[in-house]
Design a protein around this ligand. Structure first.
Ligand code: NAD
Length: 513
């Protein structure tokens, strides 16, 4: 069942079949290979895209490098105004882009719209930020001297993004990088190339209307080999990479090898602690949405529930009952809760994980299944599953990007639950459900959660753009979006000015000539 006309949507977003997946904004060129984008919703081919060849990449970099010379000199509030216009265009295209996100990636239409809303929100944030790229003034130890620090643009920022947030992650990076005076080259996931082209078309329109160089925003398409063009390129001082920990380890090594900077947003293994003082109704809503929303394909998806033994059976029953109400199907149909996984490889990983948890001694509470028949032709729809497990199981220690929830027990005080929650290699998102102030504060203290995100009485999944987003340990340590995340897109310079006729040295050193 197709609930909308994909051809109309592609037309509204300026996407033609066999589109050039390489773009500096308006030019059409590419001699790369063909990349086909299939929808996990119905298995149909949406469109084909040409991937970026090395010589295309060189053209893109030449255009970006040239554009940087102009863009960095434009006052930051004026750059902010371009981002404002981009946000306005996104408001106009919200429905079409939200539909494409849903159809190409498989998340619900509501979540597709939510992603575009996140793009609009970060544009608004970046507009304000464009007047607040503050440095500090320090007191000099030398008389008649002034010392301060300022932030300058970095240059060409490389952005590599994952399939599961095919548009928002780019905008988190690029809206900030643009107001900071950088230009961006983006390689979206090879699983969602059309979302990349749609975004590029929208910003290209804004740049054209303002007679600005097209190279301020550049797009390259293809798999990891195209990503490697950027990680190996000394002309790119910062590579922001979102995706698996496996990818992050390779990218970090490559970029560090040339002493470049990375901003890494990698895998999570997120848990909710449920204490005896938890509100069970809220817990069930938070846990079920966290585990099955986006078919478990959010970096912040809830993978583990750590439940106190005294309420274990009650919580278990309530969650298992809630799973009975879940409707799985076309994500563009708003009555469904769960759409498809991204592709058949993801389905195989889901199946493997369920086999492994049983092999390791886990108990399946809600059986998994790959759905077939009418409406499930793509072969990518699976039933969300629940298993009772131990935190030490190898499979529990890993992020499986699918709707599988592990129930774990703890005894005694909240510190025991925190030890389990921190006892994994990843450190992205965490939550506690409790009405007990002591437990909540303990969880948020330095003896508490070791994650980049720690929530009280809301789940692990989803985040607002106002806070810095990211995580510790194997999640990579990067921070994007709000707070002072902008600083990574700029280089800091310390300036000392002597307004006297003498030249005193620091630390009182004398040097008489
Ligand atoms: P992935 O690692 O397979 O791919 C991500 C991107 O990296 C793609 O564009 C891919 O082409 C590129 N890439 C892969 N290897 C590369 C290499 N050697 N050099 C350069 N580029 C390379 O991830 P995915 O399957 O698309 O996304 C799912 C993963 O992303 C999950 O682990 C999820 O937790 C993570 N994720 C994290 C965040 C976060 O903010 N922490 C957000 C979204 C997704």
């Amino acid at each position: 069942m197709t609930l909308f006309n994909i051809d109309d949507t592609l037309k509204q977003l300026g996407i033609q079949n066999i589109n050039n997946g390489t773009s500096t904004g308006v030019k059409n060129f590419s001699n790369g290979n063909i990349l086909e984008s299939f929808s996990p919703v119905d298995g149909k081919l949406i469109a084909s895209v040409k991937t970026t060849s090395k010589s295309d990449y060189e053209t893109v970099m030449a255009t970006a490098t040239k554009a940087f010379k102009t863009w960095q000199l434009m006052p930051a509030p004026q750059r902010g105004d371009i981002v404002r216009q981009f946000g306005d265009k996104l408001r106009e295209k919200k429905e079409a882009l939200g539909k494409l996100v849903s159809y190409e990636m498989g998340k619900s239409y509501q979540e597709g719209l939510g992603e575009v809303q996140e793009m609009i929100d970060i544009c608004d944030f970046a507009v304000g930020l464009s007047r607040q790229l503050h440095g500090l003034t320090m007191h000099s130890e030398r008389p008649g001297h002034r010392m301060y620090e300022q932030y300058h643009p970095l240059g060409v920022v490389g952005i590599i993004s994952a399939f599961n947030f095919p548009v928002a992650v780019w905008s988190w990076n690029t809206a900030l990088a643009w107001v900071c005076g950088d230009v961006c080259v983006w390689k979206p996931s090879e699983k969602t190339p059309l979302c990349g082209i749609a975004c590029q078309n929208i910003i290209a329109e804004v740049l054209k209307e303002n007679n600005l160089p097209e190279g301020i925003s550049c797009l390259i398409n293809g798999d990891y080999k195209v990503g490697e063009f950027m990680t190996k390129d000394v002309r790119i001082p910062l590579v922001s990479a979102t995706g698996s920990t496996r990818m992050g380890k390779i990218v970090a090594k490559e970029v560090a090898g040339r002493l470049g900077k990375t901003l890494l947003e990698l895998g999570g293994n997120n848990a909710i602690i449920v204490t005896p003082d938890a509100d069970i109704k809220m817990t069930v809503i938070g846990a079920v949405f966290g585990a099955v929303g986006t078919a478990g394909q959010r970096c912040t998806s809830t993978r583990r529930l750590i439940i106190h033994t005294s309420i274990y059976n009650k919580v278990k029953q309530a969650i298992v009952d809630a799973y009975k109400q879940i409707k799985i199907g076309n994500p563009l149909d708003q009555t469904n809760h769960v759409g498809p996984l991204i592709d058949k490889a993801a389905v195989n990983m889901y199946k493997d994980a369920l086999t492994k948890v049983e092999q390791e001694g886990g108990t399946i509470l809600v059986e998994g299944e790959v759905l077939s028949g009418s409406g499930y032709e793509s072969g990518c729809y699976v039933k969300p599953a629940i298993a009772e497990a131990e935190n030490s199981f190898e499979i529990v220690q890993h992020e499986t990007f699918a709707p599988i929830l592990y129930l774990l027990k703890y005894e005694g005080g909240v510190e025991n639950a925190i030890e389990i929650q921190n006892g994994v290699a990843q450190g992205l998102s965490s939550a506690i459900m409790t009405n007990n102030l002591r437990e909540a504060e303990h969880f948020l203290s330095h003896a508490g959660s070791d994650c980049g995100i720690a929530n009280v009485n809301i789940g692990t999944s989803g985040a607002e753009i106002g806070g810095a987003f990211g995580g510790e340990k194997e999640t990579g340590g990067g921070r994007e979006s709000g707070s002072d995340a902008w600083k990574v897109y700029m280089r800091r310079q310390t300036n000392t000015i002597n307004y006297t006729t003498k030249l005193p040295l620091a630390q009182g050193i004398k040097f008489n000539l």
